[in-house]
Design a protein around this ligand. Sequence first.
Ligand code: ADP
Length: 504
Amino acid sequence: MNQMTNVKLEQFPYSDAAKKALARKPALFIDGEWVESTGGATLGVVDPSSGKEISRFVDATDADVDKAVAAARRAFDDGRWSDLPPIVREQIMHKLADILEAHADELAELEAIDNGKPKGMAGAIDVPGAISMIHYMAGWATKLGGEMIEPSATPRGLFHSYVRREPIGVAAQIVPWNFPLLMAVLKISPALAAGCTVILKPAEQTSLTALRLADFIQMAGIPAGVVNIITGNGHTAGDRLVRHPDVDKVAFTGSTEIGKVINRTATDSLKRVTLELGGKSPVIVLPDVDPKVAGPGTAQAIFFNSGQVCVAGSRLYAHKSVFDSVLENFVEASSFWQPRASLDPAGHMGPLVSDEQLARVMGYIEDGKKAGASVAIGGDTPESEGGYYVNPTVLVDVKPDMRVVREEIFGPVVVAQRFDDLDEVARQANDTSFGLAAGIWTKDLSAMHKLAAKLKAGTIWGNCHAMIDPALPFGGFKESGLGREQGRQGVEAYTELKSVIIQL
Ligand code: ADP
């Protein structure tokens, strides 16, 4: 049914700009300068398209982390950023966005080399997404404000009272490897708009674009110490950040498992915490749909970014009357997602990020098969010279209690099921510990809105998937997270409220 062609899975040559970025000496960006680590440990950059190590970066020590936090603390406490006229902060942020735009091609290539995603996808989605996020959040610098509220239980005129909105302080921001630049920018932008200072830690699998971002932060004129970027392992450098007494807020995107660990650790000092965690998002196809539209649409919902997306539409529920035709069109569309090396201009889906992720995804597929699921397509890895490729995979004949249905696989694997009526599918869709997102495909407006209200998820998409915009709050119900990012709520999450009550 699906037409996979014979593609040589070999990485294409790197550009000179990428080679230059890969040749940089391992260093950390602390207090506006590139500094050597206090220890000698480094970690390898591996190109997932070839499995080869191509560069190294610092694995930060506790002393490095402490130095970065101290720099962020000083930069916050002396007001070098938060006391600037808000419009100046806004202008500097727009300048940062413009610098990113001027380096868009290099950033897209670095992301492709580091994460494995196709350069074309990074250039069409990750980089422009990061740029709009900065522009959008920059606008909030001049729009955040407090409120005048009169006391309720005293005669009028006795008190003057108001509520100030102030930056929280020093934010530790820990991001994952699936959208490295976009996630880094999504974290620093609201913090900067609110007047906070930051220590950002990219994932150990993907540090290249975060390090390049540090160069651009310097070029944009963001004062020293306002953004510090440290690389290294999560359980060491990340953990040190979360525990640090001088950190006021922790913002994390990553797995639910680590999110819970971070939340527990941060509780000791009652740090403010925002968590964007995992998902097992249902995609529901109602009987009225055109399978020629819903098939490719629901395939994109899972195969985009090799399924390494927290909102991936990993559970497909199609009404029994259209299940076969939707699946047929889905399978046909899968050839579009045939894995290719990340710098192959014809590619739409690359390898997985790491050998660890490859083993995990293949482990889930095997587990599903053992539990009785059938493989409709894929389920295997194409031949390559060491890259971490998995073919687009559809599992059918699944049962609600199978691990492949309940757990987040984070790979190009969908479980497809039939349903009969709306209440039944809403129940099935909500039968999960996650609640990040859900998709509904129908032209029946009434059914669309009814289902949108019933589904327990932070974002519901109708006739599309993964449409994420800086203006709309994003986050999870249940074990998919805590708090919201983006929009007004996203920037307010970097502020504290202070009531001032003065007797006149
Ligand atoms: P994944 O399972 O998708 O690799 P993780 O949740 O493990 O994602 O990692 C996301 C981010 O969290 C990475 O930057 C990683 O270094 C960091 N991290 C992992 N473990 C910890 C920890 N114990 N404390 C703080 N940060 C961590």
